[in-house]
Design a protein around this ligand. Structure first.
Ligand code: NDP
Length: 600
C-alpha cells in the first residue's frame, strides 16, 4: 500500500510553514542545558542493576601490551582484531559488569536493533553464528558480544565494574599509565579508546523531579526487580500500576508497546513524535540470508554500507526500510558530498522528503483509531531531523484503552513534577512509576566527559589541545603529541547507521597500526603535516548541512535546535569510500602515522 500523493508547490509551501511553526513551538532557550546528568543526588539513576562481577580485588600495577578503554562493540572488536595481529596482553577496562556496552546497559522490554542483525552483528563469518531474526532482540546481540569476547580470549585480562579515570603518557618508558576508579595504575604500551557516543544517560530538568515519591528509573537501567518480566515482556509487577513514560524517541517507540501489554495504565508524555515506519520483523534462516559460503556476512555488510552511503550496487541484499530510503537518506546523512547544483538538489530533496513524510503521517492516520490522538502522533519536520524509527506495535498501542497520549509540546515538555506525579497544563497525572526514555548526552563520552583525563607528550592535556588547536587528527584515529593512542569513533572519520561496521573498520586499522609500530620499533603518532593533510581532505567537498539542521525541530542531532558544530567533522564522501581509503592507505602510507621511539 502506498500512502503518498503527488506534491504541488502550494502543498510544499504549506509544509514549509508548518515545519517552521512546529520548530518555533519547540525550541527552548536553555537548549542542552535543559537536561540533568545522573550524578550527585541523581547518581542512583546510573547504578548498574546487572553487575555480577563486582567483588573486591587488589589494584593492578603490571604492564600490558594494549589497554582498551570500553568493552562495547568498539572495544571488543579492537580486542579481536589485535588478537588476530598476534597481540598477547590485551586489557579491556569496562564500567559495566560484562562486555556489551550499549547492549549491556540497555535491556528494556522490547529492545531490538533496527539495523538488520545480519549486517549489524560483527564477526559473523569468524564466529560461525547466524542470527535468528531480521532485527535481533537486545539479548541476542549482548550474547554475541560475549561470544566474540570468549572466542578471542578477552576475559583473561579484562577489568569490569571499573572506569578509567586518567591516561598519562610516560616518555621515559614510552608507555601509558592507566589509572582507574578501583585504584589501578598499570602501564600499557598502547591505548585504544572505544568509549562510545551515547553513553551518559540524561534526565529532563523538570522542576520538582526530586519530589516524586513513586518509583522511577531510566530505560538504560531497567528495574526488573520492580516491573517483573524480561526484555520479552511479562511485566507482571505493573499489572495494577499507573506508569508514565517520558520520551518517544527510538527507545520510547520500542518500550511503550511492551508497557501497554502489561501495565494497569500507561501515560505517554510526548513532546515531539517520532517518524514510525514499517518494521516487518521476522524469523530468518541461514538460507534466507545466503549464509552458505565463507565471507557471506562481509558481503552483505559491505552491500548495505554501499547502499546507505549512496553508492550504486547491482543487488540490494538487505532490502529493508533503510535501503529503500537510501535515496533520501543519502542526501541527509552527514556523509554526503556537496551538490554541484545546490538549488536543484534542494528542490529534488524537498519533494522526496515530503513524499516520505506524507506517507509516514498517512500511516498514523491509517493505524490510530482516535482522530485527535492520530493528529498528535503525526511528525511535522523533515525526515531524519530525528532518528527514524520502525515499529508495527507502537502506533497500534494507542488503540488500547489503557494507553493515554499526553501531548506536552505546548509547554516544552512536562511542566513540573509533584510527590504524586506529573503536571501538564491543568492536569496532574498521578503515577506509581515514571520511566525516563529521555536518551543520552552527546559529545560527553570518554575524553570529552571530563571524567577521563588524557595527557600526552610533555604532559599536554588532550582537552586543552582540542581547545587551543581545534580538533586535529589523522583519520580521526591518531593524534600528534599523543603517541600510541588510538581513538575509535566517528569524529573526523565517517559514520553510518550500521555503526558496528564503522567500528570494525576502525578496529582493523588500529590493530594494523599497532602491528606496524611493533614491527618497525616505532610509536603510532602522525606528524602535524599528516594531520594538516587530513584536515584538508575533510574540508574539500564537505557537505553543508547547516541549512538542513537549522530548520529541524530540536533534538540531539542539531544541538537542541542550535544547528551543527562548525568545522569539518566527517569525511565528505561517505563511510564506504572512507573504508576503501583506509585500506589503500595501509598498503602505501603507513609510515605517515608512525614516529621514532624516543625514550628520554
Ligand atoms: P532520544 O534522545 O532520541 O529521545 C529522547 C526523548 O525524550 C525524545 O522524545 C524527547 O523529546 C524526550 N524528552 C526529553 N526531555 C523531555 C521533557 N522534558 N518532556 C517530554 N519529553 C522529553 O533518546 P532514545 O533513547 O530514544 O534514543 C537515543 C539513540 O539511541 C537513538 O537515536 C539511536 O541512535 C539509539 N537507539 C537505537 C535503537 C536501535 O534500534 N538501533 C533503539 C533505541 C535507541 P524531543 O524529541 O522533543 O526532544
Amino acid at each position: 500500500m502506498t500512502y503518498s500523493d503527488a506534491i504541488s508547490s502550494e502543498a510544499l509551501a504549506g509544509l514549509r510553514r508548518r515545519y517552521r511553526l512546529e520548530r518555533e513551538r519547540r525550541v527552548r532557550p536553555d537548549g542542552t542545558r535543559q537536561y540533568l546528568s545522573a550524578d550527585a543526588e541523581f547518581g542512583f539513576y546510573d547504578e548498574d542493576p546487572y553487575a555480577t562481577r563486582t567483588g573486591e580485588r587488589d589494584p593492578l600495577r603490571d604492564h600490558v601490551d594494549v589497554a582498551v578503554v570500553g568493552g562495547g562493540f568498539g572495544g571488543i572488536l579492537a580486542g579481536a582484531r589485535l588478537r588476530q595481529q598476534g597481540v598477547e596482553r590485551i586489557r579491556v577496562v569496562e564500567k559495566g559488569g560484562d562486555f556489551g556496552g550499549t547492549w549491556y546497559w540497555n535491556r528494556y522490554p522490547g529492545i531490538h536493533c533496527d539495523v538488520e542483525s545480519h549486517v549489524y552483528l560483527p564477526l559473523l563469518d569468524e564466529t560461525g553464528y547466524v542470527p535468528e531474526w531480521k532485527y535481533a532482540p537486545g539479548e541476542e546481540i549482548r550474547r554475541h558480544a560475549v561470544r566474540i569476547a570468549e572466542k578471542f580470549d578477552l576475559y583473561a585480562d579484562a577489568l569490569f565494574s571499573t572506569s578509567v579515570t586518567s591516561l598519562a603518557w610516560d616518555d621515559t618508558t614510552q608507555s601509558w599509565i592507566v589509572a582507574t576508579d578501583r585504584g589501578d595504575a598499570f602501564r600499557a604500551t598502547y591505548v585504544v579508546t572505544a568509549t562510545g557516543t551515547l553513553t551518559e544517560l540524561k534526565l529532563p530538568g523538570i522542576p520538582g523531579i526530586e519530589d516524586f515519591r513513586g518509583h522511577t528509573f531510566h530505560t538504560s537501567r531497567w528495574d526488573y526487580g520492580y516491573t517483573g518480566g524480561t526484555p520479552d515482556g511479562g511485566l507482571t509487577g505493573l499489572a495494577d500500576r499507573r506508569v508514565g513514560v517520558v520520551g518517544t524517541g527510538a527507545t520510547g517507540v520500542q518500550v511503550i508497546p511492551k508497557l501497554a501489554e502489561d501495565a494497569g495504565h500507561v501515560y505517554v508524555f510526548q513532546r515531539t513524535p517520532s517518524t514510525v515506519d514499517v518494521r516487518a520483523n521476522r524469523r530468518t534462516t541461514a538460507r534466507d540470508v545466503g549464509a552458505d559460503h565463507d565471507g557471506w556476512a562481509r558481503e552483505r555488510r559491505d552491500n548495505f554500507l554501499q547502499i546507505v552511503s549512496g553508492e550504486s550496487v547491482e543487488r540490494d541484499l538487505v532490502a529493508d526500510q533503510w535501503t529503500a530510503g537510501a535515496g533520501l537518506l543519502e542526501k541527509l546523512l552527514p556523509s554526503f558530498r556537496r551538490p554541484s547544483d545546490r538549488q536543484g538538489f534542494e528542490a529534488a530533496y524537498e519533494i522526496a522528503d515530503a513524499e516520505k513524510m506524507n506517507a509516514i503521517r498517512a500511516r498514523v492516520e491509517h493505524v490510530v483509531a482516535d482522530a485527535d490522538t492520530a493528529e498528535r502522533l503525526k511528525p511535522w519536520y523533515r525526515y531524519a531531523c530525528k532518528r527514524p524509527t520502525f515499529s508495527d506495535a507502537y502506533l497500534q498501542a494507542f488503540n488500547r484503552d489503557n494507553v493515554t497520549l499526553v501531548d506536552t509540546a505546548d509547554t516544552h515538555g512536562i511542566e513540573r513534577m509533584t510527590e504524586h506525579g506529573v503536571v501538564v497544563g491543568d492536569t496532574e497525572y498521578q503515577l506509581d512509576c515514571l520511566v525516563f526514555a529521555t536518551g543520552f548526552s552527546v559529545g560527553v563520552s570518554g575524553v570529552h566527559s571530563g571524567k577521563l583525563s588524557v595527557s600526552g607528550r610533555d604532559g599536554v592535556r588532550l582537552l586543552d589541545a582540542l581547545k587551543q588547536r581545534g580538533p586535529r587528527s589523522l583519520h580521526g584515529l591518531t593524534r600528534n603529541g599523543f603517541p600510541n593512542l588510538i581513538q575509535l569513533g566517528a569524529a573526523q572519520s565517517a559514520s553510518s547507521v550500521n555503526f558496528t561496521h564503522v567500528l570494525d573498520e576502525h578496529a582493523v586499522h588500529a590493530a594494523a597500526l599497532v602491528a606496524a609500530a611493533e614491527a618497525r620499533g616505532a610509536v603510532v603518532e602522525p606528524s602535524r603535516e599528516a594531520e594538516d593533510a587530513w584536515l584538508a581532505v575533510l574540508s574539500d567537498g564537505a557537505p553543508d548541512h547547516e541549512w538542513f539542521h537549522a530548520e529541524c525541530t530540536p533534538g540531539y542531532y542539531n544541538g537542541e535546535g542550535r544547528g551543527r558544530p562548525n568545522g569539518p567533522t566527517a569525511y565528505p564522501h561517505g563511510a564506504a569510500a572512507f573504508h576503501d581509503l583506509l585500506t589503500r592507505w595501509r598498503a602505501t602510507s603507513m609510515s605517515d602515522a608512525l614516529a621514532v621511539r624516543r625514550p628520554s
